[in-house]
Design a protein around this ligand. Sequence first.
Ligand code: ADP
Length: 170
Amino acid sequence: MNRIKLIKDDITRLDVDAIVNAANRSLLGGGGVDGAIHRAAGPELLAHCRTLGGCEAGEAVITPGFRLPARYVIHTVGPVYGSMPAAEAERLLANAYRNSLELAAGHQLKVIAFPNISTGVYGFPKEKAAEIVISTVREFLAGSELPEEVIFVCFDDENFRIYERMLGVN
Ligand code: ADP
């Protein structure tokens, strides 16, 4: 069974167990997908995040989804590309996905949806990011029954085309 799916959509619309947020270290909201998630979840999400004390790059924390269709939001912080050696950025990007999956499995979640972390404002090259992400997720799923399904949610055409090619869809 193929446990990896690819869609082009707005992640805030998905009715899944958890959507992942490409947050920043403050966890207090920002632009891009982070802003969209906070707007859709409502002010309760920001109030909850204020109590968490931030999150380091590569780490992840879980909150309720509040007004979102998704039950939970897993907030992870990707690396800012160019602010550190490339190898370190690659390691942190893999950690961000792995730690999010770990949290999902720990909460018995079956379906989790990821945006293309770090490939927006944080500037991670999209092709390289997709390579790292797909191999990290495949490796995790090979060793864990949960989550049952991982959905890659691409918002921009370029990421969608890259994932389509790399996942061998079509
Ligand atoms: P980062 O700071 O981690 O780079 P961004 O939010 O700037 O985060 O971009 C990460 C990715 O999220 C980009 O590929 C962007 O196209 C995508 N994105 C932006 N809004 C949404 C949304 N509503 N749903 C899904 N993906 C989104």
